[in-house]
Design a protein around this ligand. Structure first.
Ligand code: BGC
Length: 794
């Protein structure tokens, strides 16, 4: 094909602008006249939701991005990208909305689980690997959210004030890395930076991203982030999404006609869209659809990401032949949280829970489950097949449980404008006599009938609540009804929607049987632990704790989970705690349990991977991509609440371990920490300005994996006269300069050459400057576990 940009000359102004303006929730319009098909985008980093975001349209669900970063393996990230690229093609998606490379500035950040790391190098390398993998399949990506969306409070409006040096050395660095790796798309953030909303931020989007870095792809707004017609057009944005409340379309046409926006600027944006369309097969040659089935990658990635934080007396791996009874404890043991909340959610084709994984892996062993403590504030969906009718459109179908969720397209191609409500109908046979609790959550006005009784619910859509708020922070209303065990009743939930809400439906009918007391659950779990060879307690966060749209208010585990761990550990010295959380939580009992395994949000094959690691067929390969605190008040950065609409990153470049080092406080688990099932002897380190060559030997008795981490630290007197200001600013005590994942058999020696980028030695001071002087180069197992050092003078 000729240069797709040449097609611009064939288009009217209206046509050009239409290609920059979302036509619905997820796509741009087709222009058959020039052979352009509709370009379809979809979230997100762990799977490919597709345009329906619907349970009947499942997608592979990989472990959360923090888990991917915990592998420290760029090649694995690339494989993850390849799988999601294929998955995109299977689902007709041209552009995958990810990866998320905002930094884990504070563990209170609500989307912490969706970001890679607190370190810009680790984030950038992993993201570059992922993007390369997706794009190898002919599918686009949008690295997001440019920039400063590192917390969620007031995210649509907050102005984040970030110094030039911190922007360059830290927050922009992963974006710059992805652009250098050839990323085809960037998503601009909701928030503003230094006085300008990101969607209209010319200094960062036009001057830095496009002009300085030479980015030739598209800048897509976050959903409803573009609000200013002319500002966004002049500020480097190329595509405004979605159709809803879009400031472009006819308004942009008028702005061009009035001379407020030069038409050449529109042409540049259209050229970028056409270039992207050609890259992803929406223009010219159509790419073939793909088949995806039975990948082992979700399982492998999960076990490679699990971080063994503690393993007293080699409690793990467990010896299956020595087990007769295993107690698996915790509400999340049977209802694992496999992915984080918000737009990163997909519906996995299946979920293997920790309990199920262990049952499958331990035939002949009595694997018992006890809830112990239930942190979930919402009741789980009534787990019986349910008939759904879309009222107004008269479309009826079955779902496996009393819960539905669609954002965007509706099932069966139903027109969202036609839908006035929905009805869920099912028959439920209670097991027990007594007061059963039913819980309704969703948007709109509800009426619930259980048998002959009509139960008042009313509206769960208070006036003035926005769509995003309703979706990200839903409300639940509970009612109780007396039922007789063994007698079936018809349950009917009728939901009336407010006009225009047909494409945002997320409704759950939850249920809880009678007689569940918190004390009783704890006592039952302690009993189960006492009678078992080993107690495996699964604790974690809930969707109300970690999700998009809000920040966390506490790092403690919700509910009575800490008490559960303490009581189980007192009953059984072989207590293994599995932490199912996307970001750091406090572990006040960390020194009182035999082993701790951090499993993040582990994706669809959670239980299979957990059994692999607990029983030793796989090693827990993860190393911490973020520091885990001992106490909340030790965290160097906890501020996520803007004041007067702004939040300043006063700490400058000192976040993550750079800040812990500066404060001189020891965390519970340092950056890079993670144990394995073998041991490593580091034999030699040779460092130059461009690479570190490390030789190490597997000194244990099992095959194993190691992540070789290279840190550099300034040594001796700080040089003077660096940069135009002639004064060297304070630098961190040390920083990650390179890393490599290696594997070896017992006794085997491996040598890795780890490139050290030029940026290792540079600071930003109105330009990049190499800082000469003496440095120590450290080859380490973790930040707090250095193995070999070398000196270097630049
Ligand atoms: C999120 C983005 C996401 C978009 C589309 C926004 O609310 O911030 O990360 O890609 O929605 O779902």
């Amino acid at each position: 094909m000729t240069d797709p940009g040449d097609l611009v000359g064939l288009l009217s102004l209206e046509e050009k602008v239409s290609l920059l303006t979302g036509q619905d929730f997820w796509s741009l319009p087709a222009l058959p006249r020039i052979g352009l098909r509709s370009l379809v985008m979809s979230d997100g980093p762990v799977g490919v939701r597709g345009t329906g975001w619907a349970p009947e349209d499942p997608s592979v669900a990989l472990p959360s991005p923090t888990a991917l970063a915990a592998t420290w393996d760029v090649e694995l990230a690339r494989e993850a990208g390849r799988l999601l690229g294929l998955e995109s093609r299977r689902k007709g998606v041209h552009v995958l909305l990810g990866p998320t490379v905002n930094l884990q500035r504070t563990p209170l950040g609500g989307r912490h689980f969706e970001c890679y790391s607190e370190d810009p190098l680790l984030s950038g390398e992993l993201a570059a690997g992922f993007v390369t993998g997706v794009q190898e399949q002919g599918v686009g990506t949008t690295v997001k959210h440019l920039v400063g969306n590192d917390f969620e409070t007031e995210r649509m409006t907050v102005d984040v004030r970030i110094g030039e040096r911190a922007l360059r050395e830290v927050y922009l660095a992963p974006f710059e890395r992805v652009v250098a790796a050839g990323g085809w798309g960037v998503m601009s953030a909701y928030n503003g930076v230094n006085g300008l909303p990101m969607a209209s931020n010319g200094p960062l989007q036009q001057d830095v991203l496009k002009d300085e870095w030479g980015f030739d792809g598209v800048v897509v707004s976050d959903w409803r982030a573009a609000r200013d017609t002319v500002g966004a057009a002049l500020g480097g944005l190329d595509i405004a999404m979605p159709a809803l409340e879009n400031p472009w379309g006819p308004k942009l046409v008028s702005a061009v006609r009035s001379g407020a926006v030069p038409e050449e600027l529109i042409d540049d944006k259209v050229r970028r869209v056409l270039r992207l369309a050609a890259r992803v097969g929406a223009l010219g040659e159509e790419r073939p659809a793909a088949e995806v089935s039975g990948s082992e990658l979700p399982r492998e990635l999960a076990s490679r990401s699990f971080v063994l934080a503690r393993n007293e007396h080699f409690t793990l791996p467990l010896e299956p032949a020595a087990l007769t009874r295993v107690a698996v404890i915790g509400a999340l043991a049977t209802d694992a949280r496999v992915l984080g909340g918000g737009s990163a959610q997909v519906t996995p084709p299946h979920v293997v829970s920790p309990w199920e994984g262990l049952v499958r892996a331990l035939p002949g062993v009595d694997v018992v489950h006890a809830v112990g403590a239930d942190p979930r504030p919402f009741l789980p969906a009534l787990a019986v097949p349910t008939t759904v009718t879309l009222l107004g459109a008269d479309h009826t179908f079955e779902v496996p449980a009393a819960a539905v969720r669609w954002i965007g397209n509706l099932p069966g191609g139903t027109d969202p404008a036609a839908v006035t409500g929905i009805e869920l109908v099912t028959t439920f046979t209670p097991l027990e006599d007594g007061e059963h609790t039913f819980a309704v959550s969703g948007f709109g006005t509800f009426e619930l009938r259980v048998g002959d009784e009509t139960l008042p619910i009313g509206t769960l859509h208070p006036a003035g609540t926005g769509r995003a708020d309703l979706l990200l922070a839903p409300r639940e209303h509970r009612v109780t009804v007396a039922l007789t065990g063994g007698v079936p009743v018809e349950v009917k939930l009728r939901q009336t929607l407010q006009p225009g809400m047909g494409h945002t439906i997320a409704t759950t009918l939850g249920h809880q049987p009678p007689g569940v007391s918190a004390e009783g659950l704890l006592a039952e779990a302690v009993e189960a632990a006492r009678e078992a060879d080993v107690a495996i307690v699964v604790v974690g966060t809930t969707e109300q704790v970690e999700s998009e749209g809000f920040d966390r208010t506490s790092l403690s585990l919700p509910g009575r989970q800490d008490e559960l761990v303490v009581r189980v550990a007192a009953a059984n010295p072989r207590t293994v705690v599995v932490v199912n959380a996307g970001s750091p939580v406090l572990l006040p009992w960390a020194h009182d349990v035999a082993a701790i395994l951090l499993t993040w949000f582990p994706g669809q094959d959670a239980g299979l991977a957990l059994a692999d690691v607990l029983l030793g067929s796989e090693e827990p390969g993860g190393r911490l991509p973020t520091t885990w605190p001992r106490r909340e008040q030790d965290c160097p950065i906890l501020e996520v609440r803007p004041r007067d609409g702004g939040l300043s990153y006063d700490e400058d470049v000192f976040l993550g371990y750079r800040a812990w080092d500066r404060a001189g406080t020891a965390p519970l688990y340092a950056f890079g920490h993670g144990l394995g099932y073998t041991s490593w002897h580091y034999e030699s380190l040779v460092a130059t300005a461009t690479e570190a060559v490390v030789t190490l030997r597997n000194a244990g008795a099992r095959f194993g994996r190691e992540v070789v981490q290279v840190y550099v630290a300034p040594a001796g007197e700080a040089p003077v006269g660096v940069g135009p200001h002639g004064m060297l600013p304070e630098r961190p005590q040390r920083w990650l300069a390179g890393f490599a994942a290696v594997a070896a058999h017992p006794g085997e020696t491996v040598t890795v050459r780890i490139p050290l980028p030029a940026r290792t030695w540079q600071i930003w001071d109105a330009g990049w400057h190499t800082v000469p002087g003496a440095y120590t180069v450290v080859a380490a197992h973790a930040l707090d576990d250095p193995r070999l050092t070398a000196s270097l003078t630049l």
